[in-house]
Design a protein around this ligand. Structure first.
Ligand SMILES: [Fe+2]
Length: 157
């Protein structure tokens, strides 16, 4: 089956942890698409969706921290974009809890378009800003090596 979200290096915004998490989110979305494509039961789909929502929340918190410490002028507007998506996600989870709504390709398409446009526009602008003020594009070598030894815990974060 064709991947829902075919990752492209052109989506990198130049900040290592942000790019790694974007990649992980796209993998996660593809896993959900695969489960939907296999006509999985809601009992199997729901944990994948919940994990995706958790990872998105963690990822947004990371981006917002970087924006805050770098005095990013668009911080509030960008944070609102994140909050709007998380609000929609929470509303969906509540509908599913009530036995309403569904996890279908329409939802997957919406999430894919939202994520790819958000990365390509809003996150890319932040990446350019962060690097322009001297922010580091990658982990310091000592951080990278300590992460490698605790990879499981750091897998997403
Ligand atoms: Fe973002």
């Amino acid at each position: 089956m064709t991947e829902l979200f075919a990752w492209s290096e052109t989506l990198n915004v130049g900040i290592q942890e942000v790019d790694e998490q974007h990649r992980a989110l796209s993998d996660h979305l593809n896993a959900l698409a695969e489960a939907v494509g296999a006509n999985s039961e809601m009992a199997a789909l729901r944990p994948i969706l919940d994990d995706l929502a958790d990872d998105a929340r963690t990822h947004f918190a990371l981006e917002e921290s970087l924006m805050r410490v770098s005095n990013y002028p668009e911080f509030q507007a960008h944070k609102q974009l994140h909050e709007a998506l998380m609000g929609q996600m929470l509303a969906l989870q509540e509908r599913l809890d009530r036995g309403e709504g569904t996890i279908n390709f329409e939802l997957l398409h919406f999430l894919k378009v939202w994520l790819s446009n958000h990365i390509d526009e809003a996150d890319r602008r932040f990446g350019a800003y962060f690097l322009s003020i001297g922010g580091s594009s990658g982990w310091a070598p000592q951080v990278a090596s300590s992460m490698a030894t605790t990879r499981r815990r750091w897998k997403f974060w």
